[in-house]
Structures are given as C-alpha cells and as structure tokens.
Write a protein that binds this ligand. Structure first.
Ligand SMILES: Cc1cc2nc3c(=O)[nH]c(=O)nc-3n(C[C@H](O)[C@H](O)[C@H](O)COP(=O)(O)O)c2cc1C
Length: 371
C-alpha cells in the first residue's frame, strides 16, 4: 500500500461510502476500529445531517475515516461539471413523459411522485463548508472533479482528497486537478457509476476493474483505490498486484449487521430470486448497478438520462415500496459479486478479508517458488 494510504489504516480495505442510509456511523466506526477505513456518505443528506454524523462517528472512534460528497450536476446530463457548453439538452419533456409512465406506480403504492426540480447541487457548498470547519482525514468525490481551489482548501484544512474515475481520461483529469488519489471504479461496482460526464451513447461501454486499473496505473502516478465487485481477500490481492494501493468495497459491507441498509436489501443480495444485476437509469436517471427486480425490469428500458430529476421523481415510490416491504419496487444497489455477501459483523469482515489477502499473497509467492 502506498504510504499515503498506509498512514490511514493498517489494512488496505476501504468501506465504500453508501448514500441512502447504508454507511451509517456505526458501520464506519466498526471498519475503522478493525484497521480498515470507514466512510460516511454525504449524498442526499442535509449539511447539518452530515455534521451530526461526523460528530457521532467521532464519538465512536478516534481512528481515521472519510466523508464522500456528490458533485453538483450540470444543467444538461452530458456536460462536464459546472459547464453547459459542450452538451445537448435532454429530449424536451423526457422527464414529464417518464413521470407519466410512472403514474401507475404512484397509484399502486398510494403515494405521489416527487418534484423533479428539487435541486441539482445536493447542498455541495454547505457540505464543503461543514468539512472545512470540521476537517476529516479523507474527503472523496463522486460524479466529477472538484475545482483546484476546493481541493487546495481541503488540503490546507488537513484532508486528503480522493476522486472517482471510470476511465483513463477521467483519472488523468483527477490528477491534473491536484487530488491525492484516484478511486478507480470498474463497471462491476454496485450503486452509481461515478462517471464525470453522463453521456447516454456511452451506456454499455463500462470497463471491468482489472482491465481499467492496469490502464490507469500506466497513465497516472497517484495512489489508486480499486472499486467494483470485490468480495474476497483474493480479489484484493489481485487489484493490489495490478497497481492499486487499496480496495474499496461496498456490497460486501451492505450485508453486515451494522449497515443501515433495509433488511430486504440485505436479504436480497443472496436470495436466489435475484440472480443478476444491471446498470439502470430507472431509479435516478444516472447509470447505477442494482439487483434486477420488477421496477428495474419494467422501467429501465426507457428511463431518461436525467439525474437528479429522476432521483427526486422516484424518491417517494422507493420509500413507499420499502415501507410496504416490497423489494420489487426498491433500489437494491449491488455489485456483480453480490452472491458472495457474508453477514459477518463489519469489524470481523475486515479481519477475514485481511486474512484472506495474506493467504492469497502467500499462495502467490509459493507458486513463484515452485516455478
Ligand atoms: C448501496 C450503495 C450505495 C453507494 N453509494 C455511493 C455513494 O454515496 N458515493 C460513492 O462515491 N459511491 C457509492 N457507491 C459506490 C461505491 O463507492 C463503490 O464504487 C462500489 O460499492 C464498489 O462496488 P461493490 O459494491 O461491488 O463493492 C455505492 C454503492 C452501493 C452498493
């Protein structure tokens, strides 16, 4: 593990930030206490909610941890963050058409659709202000690259900055901006792809983690954190061998008792009813990987590229489905390795992964000796 990462935690294991109430302080604390790096997710929360979670996490552990922010979204989905010049607007009325197509869902769950115009910036400036006033060891970003000034001010406050990339070009943009590390996210990953520019024509072109990490390693000199489909220590050994300094796991931690995921979400990971995952825009308007259920199957094929409008639109539907105990209407975010989820307590999971990593390394060096 590169020194910038080893200083943070003894094991090269990062618990992914998971918005939607999954990566709660209890989960992050258990991971950090066990020698991994726990993360809080600021996405969808208020700035005050983020502040309260940081305070709670600090009361549970003195170990390092991270906080993840969503980048504000440009006016048109294909544009780079903060710009509208290089993209076409979405098809006029696409969100209204989708709202019309979801009317039956609203009636079924006896709720209303959400207001698609409930904000595009996820309270970014206010959350940044919280993090500058209460610096945390690591701040990571999803859906784009922050400005040089933001990265510099966080550095001055004492935080390391990590930014997600899903291609070599995005990783180069992260390096140019002056971040401290790149989170290299493969197409296997559960939840939203952290793609910088959401271009619909690129759907289906996602790159697998091992192919991507090797390419990024040759192009970029920053420390790399590998994410996507990692459920066992042997896979951590593989990404470390390919050039990563640490691995970031999401789905593996969804199943732990400390995670705040809905019980149905946890159970669905290993339920044979849910045999595969797909990238879909059905729930949020941006590609995100989830277990294929009725909602995804029915609405995924025509859901528009309109994030965060579609996220706001479907929010009451997802809440109503969860309240009704209907996993077929919930966003069951999961990576391609979901069947390998284990229900260990989070700290024990970190220890088991670390032991598996050691065993995989020992097996590799034995093979080397035989040759
Ligand atoms: C339930 C869930 C929620 C997620 N939410 C976020 C988030 O808020 N911010 C973020 O940067 N990544 C988020 N991700 C993606 C993870 O950072 C990571 O890329 C992914 O979990 C890795 O793939 P895996 O789930 O197969 O381990 C989420 C993933 C899941 C499964």
């Amino acid at each position: 593990m590169s020194s910038a990462l080893t200083d943070l935690c003894p094991h090269p294991i990062v618990q992914a930030p998971m918005a939607g109430g999954v990566s709660v302080p209890q989960l992050a604390a258990a991971v950090s206490e066990a020698g991994g790096l726990g993360f809080l997710a600021a996405g969808y929360k208020t700035a005050d909610g983020v502040y309260q979670e940081i305070k709670q996490l600090r009361s549970l552990t003195a170990r390092p941890f991270g906080v993840n922010l969503f980048m504000p979204q440009p006016e048109f989905p294909g544009a780079s963050t903060g710009s509208t010049a290089d993209a076409a607007p979405p098809a006029a009325g696409a969100v209204e058409v989708y709202a019309h197509q979801l009317a039956g869902e609203a009636a079924w769950y006896e709720t209303e659709l959400g207001d698609p115009d409930s904000g595009r910036d996820d309270g970014y400036e206010a959350k940044l202000a919280v993090l500058l006033d209460n610096p945390v060891p690591v701040v990571s970003f999803h859906f784009g690259v922050p400005s040089r000034d933001v990265l510099e001010s966080l550095r001055r406050a004492g935080s390391l900055t990590w930014v997600t990339a899903t291609t070599v070009e995005e990783a180069l943009a992260v390096e140019r901006a002056g971040a401290d590390a790149v989170i290299v996210q493969g197409v296997e990953a559960g939840g939203h792809q952290g793609t910088h520019r959401d271009i619909q024509e690129n759907d289906g072109c996602g790159i697998g983690l091992l192919a991507l990490i090797a390419q990024v390693r040759e192009a970029v000199s920053l420390p790399l954190v590998a994410a996507g489909g990692i459920m066992r220590g042997s896979q951590i050994a593989a990404v470390l061998a390919a050039g990563a300094g640490a691995a970031q796991l999401g789905t593996a931690f969804v199943a732990t008792p400390e995670s705040g995921a809905h019980a149905l979400h946890k159970q669905a990971l290993t339920n044979p009813l849910f045999v595969r995952t797909e990238l879909t825009r059905a729930f949020s308007g941006r590609p995100a990987r989830g277990l294929v259920n009725r909602f995804l199957r029915e609405h995924g094929p025509y859901a528009p590229a309109a994030y965060p409008e579609v996220h706001h639109l479907t929010s009451p539907l997802r809440k109503a489905a969860a309240k009704a105990g209907d996993a077929q209407g919930m966003a069951l975010w999961a990576g391609q390795g979901h069947r390998m989820a284990r229900e260990f307590p989070a700290g024990q999971l970190v220890e088991v992964l670390a032991a598996e990593l050691d065993a995989a390394r020992a097996a590799l060096s034995e093979r080397g000796e035989v040759r």
